[in-house]
Design a protein around this ligand. Structure first.
Ligand code: SF4
Length: 367
């Protein structure tokens, strides 16, 4: 069995992934979703498990929850914005939002202390989440550090009774050198996802977890454990959606630890636009070839930026794509267009971030 490694590998073969692991196509449920988001209609969210339950809750105006987590371990880049966009959409649709700061996982897997996690989560992530428009004052919004949430920790301990080391090893690829805390952290993540269904958090109801496909092992384990603990807690097996990773500016996966691949949300406008100017595109080697053969938008990191984050209007996007394929525009035109939108976005972000810090600090004070 192939292992999907949630702590490292980059997965880009989405077809293989859906076939091998049984993730269903998101387009199968798209028509059942009221006002789907751009990430959904543009196929950036490509897969799902059990999304029918969420579609039903959306249509019937029933309670459901959205759960996500952040592992504070580096700088937030523009690819991470996708999660925020999804949370904002679910918030608009009336969902409870649970945001776990995975400080226990950060400690076990990366050696980052709890205090470092708190600071990183606040200064790098939460500030940007707020600046990007997530409403943290909404009464349905909940945020916590794993290490400070006793219900989550207790639930993790309880559900651990029905998992064996051999299961954990086959799902995550743990070996004899893996530290025990690291082996335990997936159970805390399972508890992150299941705890909104505890009676004190509103009881059993549908839950959706928007993730990248590298997180599927957690989803499968969580669904398995939800079923095993149905008699005790009445858990409904959580649903999940899977979104594509952004291609980095160099052509590989965008990564916080590889500065050349990523546009960080805290980059200055000058830094961000400079990165776009040197980004790998799907353009040809010469202008003559580009005009004759056309470009390859499907292999272009600049076009991806436009699709994922910068252009709202589907018609405008289609126009750019067609002109690219027909050799009617050049990569310089697209980079200029991307930089115009990026400049507007980053100036707004910078402005909002300065107000967001105070709000963020108050969110994680436990005095
Ligand atoms: Fe990418 Fe635009 Fe160049 Fe086409 S013309 S390859 S979309 S940058």
């Amino acid at each position: 069995m192939d292992i999907v490694d949630p702590w490292g590998s980059s997965i880009i073969d989405y077809d293989k992934l859906t076939k091998q692991f049984g993730i269903k196509a998101f387009k199968d449920v798209l028509d059942d979703i009221p006002s789907p988001s751009k990430l959904m209609t543009r196929g950036i969210i490509f897969g799902q498990r059990d999304y029918d339950k969420i579609a039903k809750a959306l249509n019937d105006n029933k309670e459901f929850a959205t759960v996500t987590g952040m592992m504070p371990s580096g700088r937030m880049h523009i690819g991470h914005k996708m999660v925020v966009d999804q949370l904002k959409w679910y918030q608009k649709m009336g969902s409870d939002i649970y945001l776990s700061i995975a400080d226990m996982e950060s400690y076990a897997a990366r050696g980052i202390t709890k205090e470092q996690s708190r600071r990183l989560a606040l200064e790098e992530y939460i500030v940007n989440y707020i600046a990007l428009g997530l409403d943290v004052d909404d009464e349905k919004f909940h945020i916590y550090l794993q290490s400070e949430n006793d219900e989550v920790k207790n639930l993790a301990y309880t559900i651990g009774k029905k998992v064996t080391f051999s299961q954990m090893r086959s799902i995550y690829g743990f070996d004899n050198s893996t530290n025990i805390s690291h082996i335990y952290t997936p159970l805390v993540q399972v508890a992150d996802i299941l705890h909104p269904q505890l009676e004190e958090y509103g009881g059993p109801r549908p839950v959706v977890v928007p993730v990248g496909p590298d997180q599927d092992p957690h989803i499968r384990l969580t669904r398995d454990l939800a079923a095993k603990f149905y008699d005790e807690y009445g858990f409904i097996e959580p649903s999940a959606t899977f979104h594509r990773f952004m291609t980095g500016l160099t052509g590989e996966k965008m990564s916080s630890s590889k500065p050349k691949t990523a546009i960080y949300l805290t980059d200055t406008v000058k830094e961000a636009t400079k990165k776009v100017n040197s980004a790998k595109t799907g353009g040809r080697d010469s202008l003559k070839e580009q005009k004759e053969l056309g470009g390859r938008p499907d292999e272009c990191s600049v076009y991806e930026l436009l699709v994922y984050h910068l252009i709202d209007d589907d018609k405008q996007l289609e126009d750019i794509k067609n002109k690219c394929i027909n050799g009617e525009i050049l990569c310089g035109n697209c980079k200029q267009c991307a930089n115009k939108h990026l400049t507007t976005m980053f100036e707004k972000l910078e402005d909002k971030r300065s107000q967001a810090m105070e709000i963020a600090k108050n969110l994680l004070t436990n005095e």
